[in-house]
Design a protein around this ligand. Structure first.
Ligand code: ATP
Ligand code: MG
Length: 575
């Protein structure tokens, strides 16, 4: 069960690296193998609820579920935990399958908890017959009230001691649809005084008259997560069922159902959920961002969803390496977003072809360069990968450079172009600024310079003269217009949930999370790049071709910026 070769441009993708050297889950598996607890079998599952798109937190769970099974030649099922018909949709099911494949994994079995509704119902009847479950008429509010608190024991429901016959009859009538939503539940009969609230007669079934995305109108009673999950694991003979820490207190209940039913003893193991700075990882909140129009959709490149970061240009390899490096533990913490970005840069540096693009063009005219002459300069496609070869980039008398790469009054420490200053044009020539042309507002609209023919290719001239800066450029008559979308974090606070009273996380949305550059100029080799292709625009960062690109007008998303050393220097100088 090696990871699939990723579906798109990453033909040379390596299989997932094993996760960090060791972790406590691997140790449990090793121990179980040693004691032959499951006859040498390792079987896991990834159990998303199809109520939204997967996010980077799910990637951690996916890498663990698939990665660990893979390591021990085990099996992994993809199982949709579709027990709540009101929130689940086929669109989500489809996107989840696409995302798991994109991450580089494939599942052995594809299942739905709804496949097990008949079996779960049969087992519920079995528990009723054994006096271990009863139909309750209390409302949801009353059940909560009767449950008690951590310091106060619960109270028995007045319906707790119904006879088996009455329970069987009422449960059957619940199933047939005789009662409206919320009027009755089936509850496990455990212990209303248990110190663990989850063991105080948890609800197993509730009445919901709603159409299910797979079972249609067959059912109007639906199992609760806690009743469905462990039994689904057991049906699939899952050996190691990994989930996040908030389910730790549910483990006694997970085990209780399995023991009462005498079925295959799957084992639940909890690990810490991934939290990232400046990022929300909750499908419910991400859904709000989509529904309220704060982002352009689930796959908006600012979203932490796998479809969002894929569109942004993150690679599956980068995500797998990141997840491998953060490890797993029994206590929750927060990971810096910068660390994820580091893994993205590291991976793209190795594989992204380089190109030149100018985001905020300023005209540079080389007065001593022959009019109408065009030279094809040889540019290296990837200094990290000799096999990527070179390409020709046209050079002419009028170029575009970045506005940022010219200062009429250069501050101290600024070594790029300014009057009288000489710089290298990448892969081309040394140029020296002679004068500028300004508009009526006094803004520089054209920079004039002369070039030194002896520096062709950007090489040091015979006199050994050096320059302190190399800047990128695009030939004006050959340039292609492009739209470039620059992203900042979606939230301004490290913890987007930290708000003033009466506010919610939307108060922390970053109004500048998206900047659209409409008139960027890019080199002609990028006129019609394939969607999803990633580049490094020299000195600017990594960029990925957006699906909204059209013929002759490509649209690029900035995946991640290169580390901007100048911005840091300037910041230090100001502070
Ligand atoms: P959300 O709060 O975003 O809705 P969830 O836990 O309800 O997440 P599920 O679809 O139930 O989402 O999750 C499927 C699996 O992914 C579960 O095993 C869950 O524990 C795991 N998972 C979800 N979020 C994270 C996270 N941030 N880090 C690690 N694992 C996660
Ligand atoms: Mg959930």
């Amino acid at each position: 069960m090696n990871p699939n070769p990723p579906t798109e441009t990453d033909a040379n993708a390596a299989p997932a690296k094993p996760a960090a050297p060791s972790n406590f889950i691997r140790d449990i598996i090793l121990e179980d193998l040693k004691t032959n607890k499951y006859n040498g079998r390792v079987q896991t599952r990834f159990p998303p609820e199809p109520n939204g798109y997967l996010h980077i937190g799910h990637a951690k769970a996916i890498c663990l579920d698939f990665g660990l099974a893979d390591e021990f030649h085990g099996h992994t099922n993809l199982r949709f935990d579709d027990t709540n018909p009101e929130k689940e949709e086929t669109e989500y099911v489809d996107s989840i399958m696409e995302d798991v494949k994109w991450l580089g994994f494939h599942w052995d079995g594809l299942f739905y908890a709804s496949d097990y509704f008949d079996q779960l119902h049969e087992w519920a009847v079995q528990l009723i017959k054994a006096g271990k479950a009863y139909v309750d008429d209390l409302s949801a509010d009353q059940i909560r009230e009767y449950r008690g608190t951590l310091t106060k024991p619960g109270k028995d429901s007045p319906y707790r001691n119904r006879s088996v016959e009455e329970n069987l009859d009422l449960f059957e009538r619940m199933r047939k649809g005789e009662f409206p939503d919320g009027t009755r539940t089936l509850r496990a009969k455990i212990d209303m005084a248990s110190p663990n609230l989850n063991m105080r007669d948890p609800v197993m079934y509730r009445i919901i008259h709603a159409e299910h995305h797979r079972t249609g109108n067959k059912w109007c009673i639906y199992p609760m997560y806690d009743y469905a999950h462990g039994q689904s694991d057991s049906i699939e003979r899952v050996t190691h069922s990994m989930c996040t820490l908030e389910f730790e207190d549910h483990r006694p209940l997970y085990n209780w159902f399995i023991q009462q039913l005498g079925i295959f003893p799957s084992q639940q193991i909890e690990f810490d959920r991934l939290n990232l700075t400046y990022t929300l990882l909750s499908k419910r909140k991400l859904l709000r961002l989509v529904q309220e129009g704060h982002v352009r959709g689930w796959d908006d490149p600012r979203m932490p969803t796998l479809s969002g970061i894929r569109r942004r240009g993150y690679t599956p390899e980068a995500i797998r390496n990141f997840v491998g490096s953060i490890g797993v533990s029994k206590t929750s913490g927060i990971i810096e977003l910068a660390m994820l970005e580091h893994f993205v840069r590291e991976d793209l540096n190795k594989r992204a072809p380089r190109a030149m693009a100018v985001l905020r063009p300023l005209k540079l005219v080389i007065d001593n360069y022959p009019e109408n002459q065009v030279e094809q300069m040889e540019a290296v496609n990837n200094p990290e990968d000799a096999s990527a070869g070179t390409r020709k980039v046209p050079f002419s008398r009028v170029l575009y450079i970045e506005q940022d790469d010219f200062r009429e009054d250069p501050p101290k420490g600024y070594f790029r172009l300014s009057p009288g200053r000489e710089v290298r044009l990448r892969y081309a020539y040394f140029v020296k600024c002679t004068n500028v042309v300004k508009n009526s507002k006094g803004e520089v609209v054209e920079v004039h310079c002369t070039y030194d023919p002896e520096t062709r290719g950007g090489n040091t001239p015979p006199d050994g003269r050096k320059v302190k800066s190399t800047i990128h450029w695009v030939s004006a008559p050959h340039a292609i217009d492009a739209e470039v979308r620059l992203y900042d974090t979606l939230f301004t606070k490290e913890d987007p949930n930290q708000t003033e009273e009466g506010q919610d996380f939307t108060a922390n949305l970053n109004p500048n999370s998206l900047e659209i550059v409409k008139d960027a100029k890019i080199e002609p080799s990028l006129a019609t790049p394939p969607i999803g292709k990633r580049f490094q625009f020299e000195r600017l960062g990594y960029f990925c071709v957006d699906p909204e690109s059209t013929a002759g007008r490509p649209v690029f998303n900035r995946t991640v910026a290169l580390k901007d050393t100048w911005a840091k220097v300037e910041k230090r100088q100001k502070s």
